[in-house]
Design a protein. Sequence first.
Length: 103
Amino acid sequence: HEIIGRWLNEEIGNDMEKISQVLSLVAQAENNLADVFNLPGTEISISIEAGEVTVQENVLLQHYEQEFEPDMDFYDSESSGMCGLEDFSTLIHQWQRFLTTGR
């Protein structure tokens, strides 16, 4: 939930145009479960595939050729999260309602 909260605050905020863009992407994904949909963000991006939404920091999308020592491994437990498309759609609609009504 931490990365999804960060994504809402940092990438979406109170920008109604971005919220509409996300809702449009969700609607497309609901109608085409076989396709993959991506919404890149400045630091956090979302991907929708087969009814699952993945929210992750862009740094995780980069591939490093250098292997790190076990003690120097990259900590990414709070850098990605997943949820179902229906739950994600509900979240975005509630976020939009919260911003427009203050509730």
